[in-house]
Write a protein that binds this ligand. Sequence first.
Ligand code: GAF
Length: 393
Amino acid sequence: MFILLKKAARMNKKLVKNVRKSFESHFGKKPILVFSPGRINLIGEHTDYNEGFVFPAAIDKGILLAIQENKENESHVYALNKEEMYSFDVRSIVPLEAGSWRNYIVGVVAEVQNLGITVPNFNMVFAGDIPGGAGMSSSAALENSVVFALNELFQFSLKKSEMILISQKAEHNFVGVKCGIMDQFVSMFGKKNSALLLDCRTIKAKSFKINLKKYQLLLINSNVKHDLSESAYNEKREVCERVAKILKVAALRDATKKELAKIKDEISAADYEKALYVIQENHRVKLFAKAIRNNELKKLGKLLYKSHTGLRDQYKVSCKELDFLVAQTKENKNILGARMMGGGFGGCTINLIKKSAVAEFKKEISKKFKQEFRKECTSYHVKLSKGTRVIKK
Ligand code: GAF
């Protein structure tokens, strides 16, 4: 669906080659290779942990991981991008310093073991082609690649639906982000050229082929690195849970605007706005799916802008760079809509733009962004792709 597909395909091949080569040179054996994608999210931000709806898609960028068993008393994991090796014994795992990539690995191993499964020691190399902090969920991709690879290597017979819960628990208990299930789900179950309308309560998804005709999606990275564990992400979740409790509902997904209005005096104005945002965003996801079905592109664009306004003014997870990137698109008649994407506090915007206008816009936005912030923004073309899988060659 997007342009520059050849370039994207080439890049992945290079990733496979580099990871395989690195594994063989470190460990002298042929590995099992697993690819786990990152994601974009068309709409439905911060609705997943409110048991609501989201509309993400897996992409052709993600984590490539190589694994093989070893007969030692230690596991060895090499993070190729960082050129760092970490050795640990699977029998004595503790969470490591906050912000370390090691937590994703040991967290998944520990959560598998918490199910009563014994994980033997292993050798691993991984690398990725999505920049960390870009809001494209390299975290879920890494977690999923680890659990999927362990399952493949040791034949644990875990189902994919179990694996995503393991990944999510690792994120909660080892990384420290009380995330929803959107990222792990779509990274595991993504479909080619499609986005998934996911009900985060039932964890069931409907897949939608995405064909935007003369338009395409374009990501612009503000290059402001978000770090969800250090940010207000967990606090936002707490607000939602608190308001749901006052409303006597299981989650904000069950609340209506009318019900929320009735308790307005019992909560702070800020909490009221956050809960209202969640109710409205949840509704927007359903409208978005309908507009995709009916091919109403202008409607899609309007919903994207509304989502951004809600994230900025009500939920308060945007930042000046993201707001700037979105504001600039409003002056461009070839762009139907844009919004910040993912958890927020940095990362990318997602833009619905006419294909023929992409090159010009990229030039223009990078110039304006540089003038405003004295730093670069980066654009990405992504292809909607399949979920986590073994790479054969
Ligand atoms: C992050 C989280 F990991 C997701 O679960 C989701 O809440 C998202 O932020 C916001 O929609 O990516």
